[in-house]
Design a protein around this ligand. Structure first.
Ligand SMILES: Cc1ncc(COP(=O)(O)O)c(C=O)c1O
Length: 416
């Protein structure tokens, strides 16, 4: 339809006015505070974590913020999960149950222990691991659960804790997407045995790359500390005698300096993202064909990004829906990932270390194939991802909600 004839509520795709004609808010994530911290780190004339002050201070501050006794720093979220699992004593051939939609880093960490990822299905509305599916996957070799708080939405931690207790499993929390995620007024990362964080450049706060492990447990913390640093014990007077195989996952003073500055911004980042994300979810209620994200009872998200599902039966194909949103000026994409994690080649072809099928060869009974986790596959197929940022404005929110509402109403009733 030519623009001149377009009705005011016509889709922008058909020449109507855009619901979001103005660009989304942007801002600087890094500034003078990071520069000051970096400059101080350099002035120390050491960038080594065990000699400088920055890593020590960051660890103390992060642990205090989370109300835990111990924080071990490292090079990435993947390293953090590897360290956590190693500290728990996960060994080759152990099975580790995790979410069927997650970053590959969660699974690389499991495989790096020589352990076998076992994928549990997700709850269709919270996109977090479904405790019933976890229970169904527990077997004689299960040693741990890695609960992924996907999008910043908390898992059903009471149920997972119960399963872990009943079957004597370690409970590791993957909080890479989930700074300040809350479950029944407690912070995600403090509810299981050990919590893992990422400071990669896309997360709520960034040091370029880095990660942390937190725990209440002194013994886990000690093993984590050793594992992150080649099994060198840096405590005063300790003998230099590595007694197990361990990588070098040390975070350096430069990363810690930036992380310290970023930590100061975390409260306001979370508050702004939460306000935006909660209002976005609210604005998408009661729309034909739209299923906004829900949280488990007592859960509060911290919105690394926003996600909702559509019912293609009501709204037609997702690609067309996203195309219409984009034409409206609304930032949206076809979901978070293009497949459930177990459908990556590394799993379907069982491609392990050095081109061999190790460690998959230790668990020939485990198969990775379509249909394994139907909810996860359905989420992948029909979810729409919308960015959330601390720099987005009230106007961004109102126009985004208006755009999604307009497109949903149009596709649900195309002949209005
Ligand atoms: C849920 C989840 N787990 C683990 C990771 C791995 O973190 P990193 O990229 O810092 O290794 C990521 C990163 O995207 C993630 O989103």
């Amino acid at each position: 339809m030519p623009a001149i004839l377009a009705k005011s509520n016509a889709l922008a795709l058909h020449g109507g006015p855009m619901a979001k004609p103005t660009p989304y808010g942007t801002g600087k994530r890094f500034g003078n505070e990071e520069k000051r911290q970096l400059s101080e780190a350099i002035d120390q004339q050491t960038l080594f974590y065990a000699q400088g002050k920055k890593t020590k201070e960051f660890r103390e501050r992060f642990a205090a913020r989370y109300g835990v006794k111990h924080c071990v720093t490292c090079t990435s979220g993947t390293a953090a999960i590897h360290i956590a699992l190693a500290a728990c004593g996960i060994k080759p051939g152990d099975e580790v149950i995790t979410a069927s939609i997650t970053d590959i880093g969660t699974c690389s960490a499991i495989l790096l222990c020589g352990a076998i990822p076992v994928f549990a299905d997700l709850d269709p509305r919270t996109y977090t691991i479904d405790p019933a599916s976890v229970t169904a996957r527990v077997g004689p070799k299960t040693a741990a659960i890695v609960a992924v708080h996907l999008t910043g939405a908390p898992c059903d931690m009471d149920a997972l804790k119960q399963i872990a207790k009943k079957h004597d499993l370690w409970l590791v929390e993957d909080c890479a997407q989930a700074y300040h995620t809350e479950y029944k007024r407690q912070l995600g990362g403090t509810l299981g045995d050990i919590g893992c964080f990422s400071l990669n450049d896309f997360k709520h706060i960034s040091a370029g790359d880095a990660g942390m492990v937190i725990t209440h447990d002194a013994e886990l913390a000690h093993r984590a500390e050793l594992f992150a640093d080649k099994c060198y014990d840096r405590s005063p007077g300790a003998p230099r005698n590595p007694f197990f195989v361990a990588p070098n996952y040390r975070m350096c003073e430069l990363h810690a300096a930036v992380a310290l500055a970023q930590l100061e911004k975390l409260d306001s980042i979370i508050a702004r993202r939460r306000r935006y994300g909660d209002r976005l979810n609210e604005g998408l209620q009661n729309l034909p064909g739209i299923l906004p994200q829900k949280f488990v009872e007592g859960g509060r998200g911290s919105y690394w990004f926003g996600m909702f599902r559509i019912e293609p039966k009501v709204l037609g194909p997702r690609a067309k829906f996203v195309e219409a949103l984009t034409a409206e000026g609304v930032s949206a994409s076809d979901g978070y990932v293009d497949r459930a994690t177990y459908l990556y080649d590394v799993f379907t072809k069982k491609q392990g270390f050095g081109g061999t099928d190790f460690p998959f060869s230790l668990a020939p009974h485990i198969e990775y194939k379509p249909g394994l986790c139907p909810n996860a596959e359905a989420i992948v197929a029909d979810c729409v991802k919308v960015p959330v940022s601390e720099f987005f404005t009230d106007q961004d929110l109102e126009q985004t909600v208006a755009g999604i509402r307009k497109v949903a109403e149009h596709f649900a009733n195309p002949n209005r």
